[in-house]
Design a protein around this ligand. Structure first.
Ligand code: FDA
Length: 402
């Protein structure tokens, strides 16, 4: 006879372990199920191996969703400070890197060990590796069919994450379970991902691979109710296939195929005004002037890309040409051809439609006992520790409610 649990959690990643520890420490009989052989691989590789485990400024404004207010409740009930208190309790040394981003001093393994210890403290049981075939519900509760013995539980929490990085075990199981129970899915797509450019218009920029600089980047997608506007000041990196770096990863979550992103390569300066103002006093070549403000290879690329030669002298330039050059630097609008896709994306946008879930408990409105947490849900954070904060907060919300 299969053992009956109060709650079976499918997916032993960030959200699943947090939910398991919370429910188990409240006295629930909890089983964590995962098909991976190695625990929490995404936490392990996160933050370059040091896990950017939260952001002290995390709030609803840092998340994308078709239903932007949904995340408010969970985030306000389990904050970055709450997670930090747990990190301190486990004596994990950490530091703030950039704009509220907190990283382990040593290794992301410490966060995995901390979550495992919290699960052990509540007596969580494990089934790993274990393949899940189907989840069904009858009058007695839920039944999870697996490649081994079936699992019976009064509640099921789906914490299988998104589609990013399939080679470390990402699957669409969470969405399939949602569909099986007739829950809507917001269309998924890769987020926090490098953008690619091809065709002849990108050729002049290919040799710039490796150049990095701080920029402003914006994009405005669609019109009307679903319009999304993104703006970030972050570092941009030219790559062989296009653009990357934090600025691009951030804006990629707002970008819609077919629309441009707009880069300001010198956000602190109106380049056209500056050059026109210098014309009577500065006799230098344009290449030399721009190289004071931008990496030399980029300055030269921008000049040739705009039909100018680096050795053209500033006083000889017509104002109209300087204004065109200024536009190319301060308002460079380019349409990406695509993105590097799920194999490089840090997150998956979209997912289980939050209008199907309770914002207090994460339980499906029409399926009592069935919960969805973490990245499987249509709540996606910016780069910088926000996605883990959502995993912790949504995990605690469900774990406290079951
Ligand atoms: P998560 O992916 O952590 O866990 C899902 C679990 O479900 C996995 O253990 C998986 O094996 C299991 N699973 C999937 N399908 C299954 C199936 N069919 N059967 C059984 N089990 C199944 N965020 C952040 O805030 N700071 C950071 O530093 C980083 N860095 C980072 C780097 C890289 C390279 C990536 C790809 C992502 C990040 N992220 C991040 C994002 C962050 O890792 C992500 O948002 C969270 O891990 C999501 O937590 P979840 O628990 O929802 O899914």
């Amino acid at each position: 006879m299969a053992k009956h649990y109060d709650v079976a959690i499918i997916g032993a990643g960030a959200a699943g372990m947090m939910c398991a520890a919370t429910a188990a420490q409240r006295g629930k009989r909890v089983l964590l199920v995962d098909h991976a052989a190695k625990l929490a691989e995404k936490i392990r590789i996160s933050g370059g191996g040091r896990c950017n485990f939260t952001n002290i400024n995390a709030g609803p404004q840092n998340f994308l969703s078709e239903n932007p207010h949904f995340c408010r409740s969970a985030l306000s009930r389990y904050t970055a400070q709450d997670f930090l208190a747990l990190v301190k309790k486990h004596r994990i040394a950490y530091h703030e890197k950039h704009r509220g981003q907190l990283f382990c001093d040593d290794s992301s393994e410490q966060i995995i060990a901390m979550l495992k210890a919290e699960c052990d403290a509540g007596g969580v049981q494990w089934r790993m590796p274990c393949k899940v075939a189907a989840v069904t519900k009858n009058a007695e509760g839920f039944r999870i069919d697996t490649d081994g013995e079936p699992i019976l539980a009064s509640n099921v929490v789906v914490a299988t994450g998104g589609l990013s990085i399939p080679k470390i075990g990402a699957t669409d199981l969470g969405y399939r379970i949602a569909k099986h129970f007739d829950l809507k899915i917001v269309e998924t797509r890769p987020g926090l991902v490098p953008l690619t450019f091809d065709g002849p218009s990108w050729q002049p920029f290919v040799p710039l691979a490796g150049i990095a600089l701080e920029v402003d980047v914006t994009t405005r997608s669609k019109k009307g109710k679903n319009a999304k506007y993104g703006y970030f000041r972050e570092d941009l990196l030219f790559t062989h296939r296009g653009l990357s770096g934090p600025a691009i990863l951030q804006i990629s979550s707002y970008w819609q195929p077919g629309t441009p992103i707009v880069l300001n390569l010198l956000p602190e300066m109106d380049v056209a005004e500056e050059l026109i103002g210098m014309k009577t006093t500065v006799k230098k070549q344009l290449g030399n002037i721009l190289s004071q403000w931008l990496p030399t290879r980029l300055a030269e690329g921008l000049l040739t890309g705009n039909g100018l030669t680096p050795d053209a002298r500033l006083p000889d330039m017509a104002d109209a040409k300087l204004r065109k050059l200024g536009d190319a630097i301060n308002r460079w609008a380019i349409v990406p051809t695509g993105s590097e896709g799920y194999k490089k994306a840090e997150v998956t946008l979209g997912g289980v439609d939050t209008r199907e879930l309770s914002q207090q408990t994460m339980m499906a409105n029409t399926v009592p006992g069935l919960y969805f947490i973490g990245e499987t849900v249509d709540v996606t954070g910016w780069l910088g520790g926000y996605n883990f904060q959502w995993a912790w907060a949504s995990g605690v919300a469900a774990g406290s409610a079951i």
